[in-house]
Design a protein around this ligand. Structure first.
Ligand SMILES: C[S@@+](CC[C@H](N)C(=O)[O-])C[C@H]1O[C@@H](n2cnc3c(N)ncnc32)[C@H](O)[C@@H]1O
Length: 257
């Protein structure tokens, strides 16, 4: 089931972007959305393989554990923002026990095409975090995996998350963060900024997977700190905000509406 929604709204003025313009990738802030969408459209058929390389096969288990620990239970309705090929949504279906309870949202047609193959029964909607085509108070649980760095405006995205969640509902945002210690930063920079892009270039030399992972690392390095993200969640009206970090890099932001 696929739906489409207009997502042509301009970015709000005074937007709080998660990272500044990366001028060697796109020249102006208005070009970022198109750059990101084309990158994900073109790498979508390879994304699951990239994830397996990057996470050494631990990705599905980590996502399922994070959903459970944040409180996802059988019977709950879920909106997975930035569904991509469905790596978080698949785990949400396994926990809720019913694909019709899960909805996936993503701006990339290429990603949605992959998700359609692997997520039978899940409603898939083309759209973006900053403008969600769902009614107020309509979901119990909202997840977003490894995509917060791509939104145009943290405040607009969190206001939408708060709007579509039922009172007391939960938001879970999984992200990779820049480690604080110098040694861990150097290791992460080498692994994510050099090793992973090189492996992707070897695995799929004619595609943009290496570039995707280079960009992935650049956005992590340039991203605002966890406290800024938590502050933006509180400003949007979320309570009980927290950020759990594992191995200095794997972050799980959780809050209640
Ligand atoms: C790294 S993939 C993550 C996919 C999946 N959630 C996972 O856990 O692997 C990032 C996804 O974010 C999507 N995306 C980019 N900009 C977005 C936005 N403004 N709102 C929602 N999703 C966005 C991309 O199209 C892409 O599918």
């Amino acid at each position: 089931m696929a739906q489409t929604a207009s997502d042509a709204a301009p970015p709000p003025s005074g937007a709080s972007a998660p990272h500044p313009v990366l001028a060697h990738r796109y020249a102006r802030v208005e070009e970022r959305e198109g750059f990101v969408r084309a990158l994900f459209d073109q790498t979508a058929p390879h994304y699951d393989r990239i994830d397996r390389i990057f996470s050494l096969g631990t990705g599905p288990g980590y996502r399922r554990r994070a959903l459970r620990e944040a409180g996802l239970k059988p019977g709950m309705t879920v909106l997975d923002v930035a569904v991509g090929t469905g790596l978080v949504a698949r785990q949400a279906v396994a926990i809720t026990g019913d694909p019709s309870l899960v909805t996936g949202l993503d701006p990339s047609e290429g990603m949605l095409a992959e998700a359609r193959r692997t997520l039978p029964g899940v409603t898939l909607i083309q759209g973006k975090a900053e403008r969600i085509p769902l009614p107020d108070d309509s979901v119990d649980f909202l997840s977003m995996g490894y995509a917060l760095r791509h939104v145009a405006d943290l405040g607009a995205a969190f206001a939408e998350y708060r709007r579509v969640l039922k009172p007391g509902g939960t938001v879970l945002i999984l992200e990779i963060g820049r480690p604080e210690s110098r040694l861990a930063h150097l290791i992460e920079r080498f692994y994510m900024g050099a090793v992973i892009p090189a492996l992707c270039w070897i695995a799929a030399p004619r595609h943009r997977s290496g570039e995707l992972m280079k960009y992935y690392w650049e956005t992590i390095e340039a991203c605002v700190p966890a406290e800024t993200i938590l502050g933006a969640m509180r400003d949007a009206g979320f309570r009980d905000t927290s950020c759990a970090t594992e191995l200095e890099v794997f972050r799980a932001y959780i809050a209640r509406a």
